[in-house]
Design a protein around this ligand. Structure first.
Ligand code: MN
Ligand code: MN
Length: 292
């Protein structure tokens, strides 16, 4: 019997696994309310709520080889830059073994480390970020490696093959930066009007025009309306539904090479947000394995 300290159905040895699910309990730059360091274990516990069988895909997750090695050892003395290097190394190792990494955050900052590793492995990578926030600040509270700057750092330092979907919050400067620099972003209102599938296809087409043929999906759970997912670091009303995000996963899955789920803050709800996060991870696995 596997302890509930692993993600449900992650019973394979590392060498046999197609998917490797690991946690990054890091929330040191969180600005409004902390707690995302508790999210990896909250998602693992929540993952046992669900049936192993996904009828939409006809996939039973007990038939899928996945491995959960636990969490990166994030100690309080580590700076954000150190954590990003640890995340980059962990993701790089998984990619070098031709496996699909799934990262349980933690705050959104860590996605930057993931993307460095993905871009090292794939020069045709695009990044699809689902987020209420633009995260395009140049710096925040004196820090450049902050959850509020993650999209800016990716676009400034790494690649313009990046899109942000579900946006409804940013400073005037962030919106100006987005417009002046050709940032690909789609508002939550556009998702509401056009539907998530249409927006996802527009986003994938736009990234493809810039040379992307495979995608990392980064889900900042605050993209979902706080009525559904109140336990996040920076809740923002007028958001997407959990079904929208599930359907975004379904559209992206055929070309997806990785997933991160970040910004869940378990102390701030009764488990709802971790339940959604865990379910989205399970949907991603079922969707992705169908297209292998
Ligand atoms: Mn974010
Ligand atoms: Mn956000």
């Amino acid at each position: 019997m596997f302890a509930q300290s692993t993600f449900a159905d992650a019973r394979s040895l590392y060498k046999d696994a197609l998917f490797v699910i690991f946690g990054v309990p890091f929330d040191a730059t969180s600005s409004f309310r902390r707690g995302s360091c508790e999210a990896p274990d909250a998602m693992r516990k929540a993952s046992y709520n669900f049936e192993t069988y996904n009828d939409y895909y006809g996939v039973d997750l007990t038939d899928v080889d996945m491995h959960d090695p636990g969490d990166l050892d994030i100690t309080p003395d580590l700076r954000a830059g150190d954590v990003l290097c640890m995340v980059e190394n962990a993701v790089a190792g998984i990619l070098a073994d031709s496996k699909i990494p799934i990262v349980l955050g933690g705050e959104h900052t860590l996605t930057y480390g993931c993307i460095r590793a993905f871009l090292d492995a794939f020069d045709d990578l695009g990044i699809i970020i689902l987020d209420a926030h633009l995260d395009l600040r140049d710096e925040y509270l004196g820090a450049k490696q902050s959850h509020a700057c993650v999209s800016r750092n990716i676009i400034d330092d790494l690649t313009d093959r990046c899109t942000i979907i579900g946006v409804r919050s940013g400073s005037a400067e962030e919106y100006i930066y987005a417009r002046e620099n050709g940032v690909l972003w789609y508002s939550a209102d556009e998702v509401s009007c056009a539907g998530i599938e249409s927006v996802m296809r527009q986003a994938i087409d736009a990234l493809s025009d810039r040379g992307a043929t495979r995608f990392h999906l980064s889900i900042d759970l605050d993209v979902i309306d706080p009525g559904y997912a109140p336990g996040v670091g920076n809740p923002e009303p007028f958001g997407l539904s959990p079904r929208d995000v599930r359907d975004a996963i379904r559209v992206a899955a055929p070309q997806a090479c990785g997933l991160d789920v970040v910004e869940i803050s378990p102390p701030h709800d009764n488990g709802e947000s971790a339940i959604i996060g865990a379910r989205l991870v399970r949907e991603f696995i079922a969707a992705r394995v169908t297209h292998l």
